[in-house]
Design a protein around this ligand. Structure first.
Ligand code: IMP
Ligand code: MG
Length: 443
């Protein structure tokens, strides 16, 4: 890559998803070549375009199956302690060659069926001016993941899904909001619990006490408490993983009036490799990130009112407030999109070369109006819950589904890491979460 290209690639790559973009590119060809007729009654063209889009999705399904075979063989080699030569002889799957940033797939994805369903509702192949978009593809991938669990449940007559985890902000409620009584997601969360599926809220929001979560999730815990169909065991299947992977709280009830979340002591859930993290490395990582944030605040000439917040397991820069003498009111002082991106990318790349940070795990992300560096990550958050609920035989990635809004590649989003530990749905609003849950649980 020439250096100019490399710099531009680096600057934009954090916003792109290689796989979604690649699919979009494949669909552009039939759109450009065939979706040309402007006659609104021309069903023949629509049918031809539809079958071409569907064929593309069918072909991608096969490439995914092939990649899963490759990954399984590669894991076998790892288990057998194979050398470099064996890996070289195995080569790369075709999908990895075509999309180098591709991650792991834990289940097959019925993409053709999902496309035909999406097309019957969204008339993608009837469009003549707007090609299949990033959001069209993102939604089709979500539908395929939901169909996988639904179809297999019907076929095998048992639930394959054992754990569903949700991000908080933008996924369950609006950014900075709360889960109130009227939130339409609540009945779906109760339905999952009724089906003996564990429900975890895996959020970056980090508080070491349960009260803050109880007040933000009041609508949910009251609904769980008031439910007459849930057993006590099913109710205890609701948990919160806070601060990415730093604090675990489980739903509890005592008597008839006491209920909420109870802190689960770290000894009961810390993953073996997390026990090896030195507290000194954690503190030095946060000190370094904090110092970087102060330097960036100065260098980027950010408003004085924008505070830097240091917590036990996180440090962040968030929007502030100032008094406006003209309107005689406090007004919000936020950060611009470019400032947020500059901060998160600088923070991430500096920490990557900082030794104490390399000995532990951390997540830097741009939350839309703030930037955080948290110790740990959502991949660990999911793995902790997988083991917490089934200590002797942890829930598998193929039995786990994480729903979140932050899936841009590493360095600026925090749900992205959940992809390492489970299947995912990439949603863009709380309403989309409800749409997908409806599809998942309805008969
Ligand atoms: P999530 O979408 O549920 O993962 O929550 C992300 C949001 O939580 C961030 O954008 C912040 O506004 C907020 N937040 C509150 N405390 C923390 C923290 O300790 N670390 C990271 N984010 C935090
Ligand atoms: Mg979020």
């Amino acid at each position: 890559m020439s250096s100019r290209y490399r710099v531009e690639y680096h600057l934009k790559s954090h916003r792109k998803d290689g796989f979604v973009d690649w699919i979009k590119g494949l669909l552009a060809a039939p759109f450009v070549l065939h979706a040309v007729s402007q006659d609104l009654e021309d069903w023949t063209t629509s049918q031809r375009v539809r079958s071409q889009y569907a064929q593309i999705f069918k072909d991608i399904e096969v490439l995914i199956d092939n990649k899963m075979d490759f990954d399984a063989r590669s894991q076998e080699l790892e288990k057998s302690g194979a050398g470099e030569l064996e890996y070289e002889l195995l080569g790369k799957s075709r999908l990895k060659q075509l999309v180098p940033t591709i991650g792991s797939f834990f289940t097959e994805l019925p993409l053709e069926k999902a496309f035909l369903w999406g097309d019957s509702h969204g008339a993608i192949s009837d469009r003549r001016m707007v090609a299949p978009s990033f959001n069209d593809v993102r939604r089709i991938l979500n539908t395929a993941q939901v169909f996988y669990f639904k179809d297999n449940k019907r076929r095998l007559n048992r639930e394959l899904l054992k754990l569903v985890t949700f991000d908080g902000d933008v996924t369950l409620y609006e950014d900075g909001g709360s889960l109130t009584f009227s939130n339409p997601v609540i009945p779906y969360l109760l339905t999952l619990l009724e089906r003996n599926i564990r429900v975890g809220i895996v959020t970056a929001a980090g508080y070491d006490e349960p009260q803050k979560y109880e007040s933000r999730l009041e609508g949910l815990i009251t609904a769980v408490h008031d439910s007459t169909s849930l057993t006590q065991t099913q109710k205890r299947n609701l948990a919160i993983m806070g601060g990415e992977s730093n604090y675990l709280f489980q739903y509890y009830e005592e008597g008839t009036s006491e209920y909420g979340f109870k802190t689960v002591p770290q000894e009961e859930w810390l993953l073996p490799h997390m026990k090896d993290w030195e507290d000194r490395d954690i503190q030095q990582t946060l000190d370094f990130a904090e110092k970087m944030l102060y330097s960036l605040k100065k260098r980027l000439n950010l408003p004085e009112e924008v505070p830097i917040i240091r917590k036990e397991r996180a440090v962040g820069i968030v929007s502030g407030e100032r008094f406006d003498p003209i309107i005689q009111r406090q007004v919000r002082v936020g950060l611009q999109r470019e400032q947020l991106e500059e901060i998160v990318l600088t923070l991430q790349s500096s920490l990557e070369t900082f030794l104490p940070a390399r000995r532990i795990q951390f997540s830097c992300f741009d939350g839309g109006s703030d930037v955080w560096c948290d110790i740990g990550g959502k991949d660990l958050g999911l793995r902790i819950l997988q083991r917490f609920y089934q200590p002797s035989d942890p829930i598998k990635a193929s039995e786990t589904l994480h729903v979140g809004d932050q899936f841009a590649p590493i360095g600026s989003a925090n749900d992205f890491k959940a992809r390492l530990a489970g299947c995912t749905l990439w949603i863009a609003s709380p309403a989309e979460t409800v749409v997908n849950l409806h599809k998942l649980v309805s008969d």
